[in-house]
Structures are given as structure tokens and as C-alpha cells.
Design a binder for this molecule. Structure first.
Ligand code: ATP
Ligand code: MG
Length: 429
């Protein structure tokens, strides 16, 4: 026997059955995907799909060279002389496509996407090397009403999934780049005063991305982070009023939030509004959704200047939470399990199953050479509501036996021509 090959660490199979450390089945996942497309449509977002591989430069320019994502998490390879990367997130690809196809020529646009993302991180619960995101991008919108709509939209989804009371919204504003530059100067000066107490990560980030130092998880640095100059004190009127209006809109629709001045997000392109939906129920991987404005990014990527905002949610984390404490109806089980035994019955089974499927029923046809008793066990295990049994006797009379597997309707014999009607009658009861 050959040696078994295993999947790449941190990259998971999605199976019809649950797995060790992974309680989500493919049926559960599909139910989520269906819900998501209805939800996105309701908010007038249009679907976009881009390749999972892009020129490396796209991510370096948009996400930022100094970010963890680009600096150490990207899967990058040489493709006959061109450097390509598996996408670590969706916004850059989405905007690349928007600019390439000039999609904003006619005004603003709202887009959503769904698919796998790749980051070379340490695999653990809620953190994988191939994970999946749903993201929404509102392009060409400058006013805080869109920021608020995104919050309303995500809150609505959490409500539909039964997890609204398990998540908390954190918001912050990052102002515009000139404001951040002034703050950065003050912050670097402050951090330099405390350099001796900083850890290695923070010393490095102090010069590359000092805002991230404030985001440190190191308990010894919390005092330093808490007392650092605050960005909000450097914001001008326009940024402040955008933020005030955003918050007033959230108040108006009754969505609670926590202002977290240290929320900066891990990608460089954000400005003004940033937000995260977090939960305490998943251990340390608690952010299920994050987003914010990136008003300069479209222009940065060669498009005509256009304000924009977006968010992405991690499907794995979200579904773990839904599985644990929410609700999501998976597609109903099979309606009918067709079984047969004896000469000529194979063809009759195929004919009957086809008729039922054409009428819209979900039908499994068991093409085994097993005894009817063994097939009946399979039918029971399949979750089907009814069994249709075709033996030689039934075949001779152009009939089938129909059995209720879940309820108390018992068993009866029906002429082939009456089967559908009989089934529909039973199903309606
Ligand atoms: P974290 O702080 O948890 O690393 P992030 O800030 O890197 O998250 P984003 O780039 O904002 O994450 O991606 C949006 C969402 O995608 C996250 O909130 C999370 O739900 C999910 N996500 C990010 N990285 C992973 C991963 N490696 N595995 C599973 N889900 C992920
Ligand atoms: Mg991360």
C-alpha cells in the first residue's frame, strides 16, 4: 500500500461529516452560503469573483510592505520570472478588478465577494492557512451613512444567525493621512522616551508602523500604550464630524458600540472609520469581522480617486460561533429513498426515481446488490422521510411499496401512476 498523503497544515477539507476539531459539515457551510447571497442581494450588493492569485506587487502596494500580512504571511512564488502571490485578503483584488475594468465609470458601486484567502500563520482554532472570507465593498461613497449601513448590515446578519447577543462592536477613527502623520510624530517621540521598556516587536514597529505598537498584546506594555498620545486629539473638523455622524446614526438605529481608540487594524490602507465585531466565545481568535474606510486606495491602485469602505468576515470563525450558540437551518434531508431487488427492478427503480426528481423531490436511489433489509437500514440512516420499495412482486403489478420512515403513516402499495400523488399527499400532512 502506498503512503498516505496529507493535506497541507492549516488547510482543511470541508466534508459531509464533522471532523475532529471541526464541527462544521459541508451542508452547514452551503446553508450559510445561501443565506449570505440572499442577504447581500437585499442590501443591493453585486457579486464579484476574482482570481485567487495576483501579482505580488498588488498586495505590497495596497496592504503595505510593513504589515504582518505582506511582510511574513504571504504565499509568494516565482511564476517563470513573475512574482505572484496567493491572495491574503479580498479588497486589493476587488479594487484591482474595479480599476482594470473601469467599473466606477457610471458612479458608485457596491460589491461583495466570497472565497478562500491564504496566510502563512500558525494554525490553531479559528486561525488557518487557507480560510474563507465574505467581504463587501462600497465604492464611491464618502458619507458616513454607508459606514453605518455596513454596521446595520452585519448586525442584521448576526441577528439572522442568532449570534447578535454574542458579539460586540468596536469602532475607532483613524482620521486622514495628514492627521495621522502629525500624530505619528508625537507618538514616535513618546515611544522613544520609553524605548528601554519596549519589547523587540514594538521597537521594530516604532519606526515602521508605530500605531501598531498601541495594539500590542504584551501585558507589560499596556501602561505605555494607554498613556500614549491619542490620534483623536490630532483630528481635524472634517474627520471628527464624519465620526460623530457615524456614531449618531448607530445611536439612531439602536446599535451599541464600544469606542476603542487602540483599534487600528492590520492593513495599512485604512482611514477614518474602522470597526471590528468581536466575540468572547471563541477563545483568542475573537474577531469575526473587520473593516473600515480606505478612501485613498482606489487612486493608489491607478483608478480615479474615489472614497470607499469595506469589511470582511472570516467564515470559519463565524460558523464556529453559529454552530456553538446560533442557528442556521441546513437544507432538509432527502424526501425519498428508492430501493429495489430482483430481476428487472433496477430499470424500474431508475424510472421511478427520475419521475420523482422531475417533480422536484430529493431522491436517493440505492444501487446496491444488497438485501432489502440491508437497504432499509441505509434508508433509515439517510434521513429520507419515505422509502419506495420495488421488488419483483411490485414490478409485476406496476406498483411500488411506499413506507413512512419517520412518522406513523405505515406502509401501503401504490400503483406507479399514483405514487407521486400519494407521496405529495403524505408530505403535505
Ligand atoms: P486577526 O487579528 O485575528 O489576525 P486580521 O486583522 O488579520 O485578524 P483581517 O485581515 O481583518 O483579519 O480579516 C478579516 C477577518 O478574516 C478576520 O476578522 C477573521 O475573522 C478572518 N481571518 C483573518 N485571518 C484568518 C485566519 N488566518 N484564519 C481564519 N480566519 C481569519
Ligand atoms: Mg491577522
Amino acid at each position: 500500500m502506498g503512503k498516505k498523503v496529507q493535506a497541507v497544515k492549516g488547510m482543511n477539507d470541508l466534508l459531509p461529516v464533522t471532523q475532529k476539531d471541526w464541527p462544521i459539515t459541508s451542508a452547514f457551510w452551503l446553508a450559510f452560503e445561501q443565506k449570505i447571497s440572499t442577504w447581500a442581494e437585499q442590501y443591493a450588493y453585486q457579486f464579484i469573483r476574482t482570481p485567487i492569485i495576483e501579482p505580488t506587487g498588488l498586495f505590497v502596494r495596497s496592504i503595505g510592505e510593513e504589515t504582518d500580512v505582506v511582510g511574513k504571511e504571504m504565499y509568494t512564488f516565482d511564476d517563470y520570472g513573475e512574482s505572484l502571490s496567493l491572495r491574503p485578503e479580498g479588497t486589493a483584488s476587488c479594487l484591482r478588478a474595479v480599476v482594470e475594468h473601469n467599473l466606477l465609470y457610471n458612479g458608485p458601486m457596491k460589491l461583495w465577494y466570497m472565497g478562500p484567502m491564504f496566510r502563512h500563520e500558525k494554525p490553531q482554532k479559528g486561525r488557518y492557512r487557507q480560510f474563507h472570507q465574505v467581504g463587501c465593498e462600497a465604492l464611491g461613497y464618502s458619507q458616513p451613512d454607508v459606514d453605518a449601513e455596513m454596521i446595520v448590515m452585519t448586525a442584521d446578519l448576526w441577528k439572522q444567525l442568532g449570534i447578535l447577543d454574542k458579539v460586540e462592536l468596536e469602532i475607532n477613527t483613524l482620521g486622514v493621512s495628514s492627521e495621522r502623520a502629525a500624530h505619528r510624530e508625537a507618538l514616535v517621540a513618546y515611544l522613544q522616551q520609553h524605548e528601554a521598556q519596549l519589547d523587540e516587536d514594538s521597537k521594530r514597529r516604532m519606526h515602521t508602523n508605530p500605531l501598531r505598537v498601541l495594539d500590542t498584546k504584551n501585558p507589560d506594555l499596556q501602561d505605555i500604550a494607554n498613556n500614549a498620545p491619542r490620534l483623536i486629539d490630532f483630528l481635524g473638523e472634517e474627520s471628527l464630524s464624519h465620526h460623530q455622524t457615524f456614531k449618531a446614526l448607530l445611536d439612531a438605529v439602536g446599535i451599541a458600540y464600544v469606542e476603542n481608540p487602540r483599534l487600528v487594524r492590520g492593513l495599512d490602507y485604512y482611514n477614518k472609520t474602522v470597526f471590528e465585531w468581536v466575540t468572547n466565545e471563541l477563545g483568542s481568535q475573537g474577531t469575526i469581522c473587520g473593516g473600515g474606510r480606505y478612501d485613498g486606495l482606489i487612486e493608489e491602485l491607478g483608478g480615479k480617486e474615489a472614497p470607499a469602505i469595506g469589511f470582511a468576515m472570516g467564515i470559519e470563525r463565524l460558523l464556529l460561533l453559529v454552530q456553538q450558540s446560533g442557528q442556521l437551518d441546513v437544507a432538509a434531508d432527502l424526501d425519498v429513498f428508492v430501493m429495489y431487488q430482483g430481476a428487472g427492478t433496477m430499470q424500474q427503480a431508475l424510472t421511478v426515481a427520475t419521475q420523482l426528481r422531475q417533480a422536484g423531490l430529493k431522491v436517493s436511489q440505492y444501487s446496491g446488490s444488497q438485501s432489502l433489509k440491508a437497504q432499509m437500514k441505509k434508508a433509515d440512516g439517510s434521513g429520507a422521510r419515505f422509502a419506495v420499495i420495488i421488488g419483483e412482486e411490485e414490478l409485476a403489478q406496476q406498483s411500488v411499496s411506499l413506507k413512512d420512515l419517520r412518522g406513523d403513516k405505515g406502509q401501503l402499495q401504490a400503483a406507479c401512476g399514483d405514487l407521486l400523488q400519494q407521496l405529495q399527499q403524505w408530505m403535505a400532512q
